[in-house]
Ligand binder design. Structure first.
Ligand code: FAD
Length: 401
């Protein structure tokens, strides 16, 4: 088979400047790659981690620099050219080039780590009200100013981002209302029983959590905020709105380049896309998962790290496989949690909770019935504030009982 010929003197190019990109370049240098290495990053910042944006940084407990993968000196010392504020506008897999500032840049191999971006809520956008979609450091910096005593914060969506923002806002003394369409927050991920624990946690901290509600209208309020009309007839006025209704993978470049895209850029377990010498990693990659036996796209900090490492190894001609089980964590008030696994489209049949829920120290195990012999498979497990539990929990996921 004759494929496009790569210019071996050309750099490895990483498109995107998040954690997957930062981890990939770190691994490339750690594994001895001494050739030219370029990161093209649309944001103005050096690659950074996002979890602090809804936790320590948002609460003013940690400076922005702590979120950086490396400081500028590291990239200089390791001869990594990071072009921040630089958006790639096209990829030509046949010609082995990416387009930046209207000019083609050749690559020997390239990694697409373009991440995800917030799903927009047209009702809120069209209303022209004070609004944050929390994704970038700039978003977090703007939102931080809003979180102060007496300020009324409205959060649309009771998912991870919405709940973490609600916790940060309450700790800053703001009044918080969370609007969630489902019967419990996090219902889709955790199910009814564990979702209720999170609901109780937030209500116990003074959050006005309204479940089973949808938004009918959003209008500019008289005092400069937002006036929200709910499906149940209620109306709420807030000073600032935060919308956390999920993210979508940033696949525009890949689609235009003709790569296979389906809920993210499709890759095999080695993170190879459908085009030669082009890999994808992190939130944007929908990768075959050899353990789970299906394609999996996560929006997790740990996946960005694992994928960054695997992609780097394979960019160097290795044979690494992205087989880590999905891992996620959250911090809300004094609840710290780690979760491993992925029930996937088949879901789970029941959840087992052990420990002391009231004291916020417990474990939960999600189980799915399998076969006709009444056996159950552990499809996910988590602990709350049980910090020695993670290895044990991880080892149970996938086992049959
Ligand atoms: P991203 O971080 O999205 O980075 C992609 C980068 O590529 C972006 O900077 C983007 O601007 C850039 N880019 C896109 N297109 C182009 C282009 N054409 N040219 C150049 N650059 C481009 N996960 C957890 O597991 N636990 C948590 O507690 C947690 N908290 C979070 C809190 C917040 C507020 C957010 C937003 C996310 C959180 N996450 C958490 C998710 C985690 O941060 C993501 O999974 C992770 O950031 C994914 O990294 P990534 O490198 O794949 O993508």
């Amino acid at each position: 088979m004759t494929g496009p010929i790569a210019d071996e003197g050309a750099p490895i190019v990483v498109v995107g400047g998040g954690l997957a990109a930062g981890t990939a370049v770190t691994t490339l240098r750690e594994q001895g790659y001494a050739g030219p290495l370029v990161v093209l990053a649309a944001e103005r910042e050096l690659p950074y981690e996002r979890p602090p944006l809804s936790k320590g940084y948002l609460m003013g407990k940690a400076p922005a620099e702590k979120a950086l993968v490396h400081d500028a000196a590291w990239y200089a010392e390791h001869d990594v050219e990071v072009r921040t504020g630089t958006r790639v506008t096209a990829i030509d897999p046949a010609g082995h080039t990416v387009t930046v500032d209207g000019r083609a840049l050749s690559y020997a191999k390239a990694l697409l780590a373009t991440g995800a971006e917030p799903r927009r809520l047209a009702l809120a956008d069209d209303a022209g009200v004070p609004l944050t979609y929390l994704r970038t450091l700039a978003d977090a910096t703007a939102l931080k100013d809003q979180l102060r005593p007496g300020r009324r914060i409205g959060v649309v969506g009771g998912g991870w981002i919405g709940l973490e923002v609600a916790a940060a806002a309450r700790e800053a003394g703001s009044e918080v209302v969370v609007l969630e369409m489902a019967a419990q927050p996090l219902l889709g991920v955790l199910g009814e029983e564990v979702g209720r624990i999170f609901a109780d946690l937030h209500r116990g901290r003074g959050v006005d959590l309204r479940t089973g509600v949808s938004i009918g209208t959003i209008r500019a309020g008289a005092s400069g905020g937002a006036l929200i009309g709910l499906s149940d007839g209620a109306s709420i006025e807030v000073d600032h709105l935060v919308v956390g209704v999920g993210v979508v993978p940033v696949t525009d470049l890949a689609e235009a380049a003709g790569l296979v895209v389906d809920n993210g850029i499709r890759t095999d377990a080695r993170l190879r896309t459908s085009a030669p010498d082009l890999y994808a990693a992190g939130d944007v990659a929908n990768a075959d998962h050899p353990v789970l036996g299906r394609p999996v796209r996560t929006e997790h900090w740990d996946t960005a790290i694992q994928h960054g490492r695997v992609a780097a190894a394979n960019l160097l001609g290795g044979d690494a496989v992205a087989d880590a089980l999905p891992y996620f964590f959250t911090d809300q008030y004094d609840l710290g949690m780690e979760y491993v696994g992925s029930p996937g489209p088949a879901g789970f049949d029941r959840v087992e909770i052990t420990g002391d829920v009231a004291a916020l120290r417990f474990r939960a195990t999600w189980l799915r019935r399998e076969g006709s012999e009444g056996r159950e498979r552990v499809v996910a497990a988590m602990h709350v504030n049980d910090w020695d539990a993670i290895d044990e929990i991880r080892s149970t996921v996938g086992t049959l009982r």
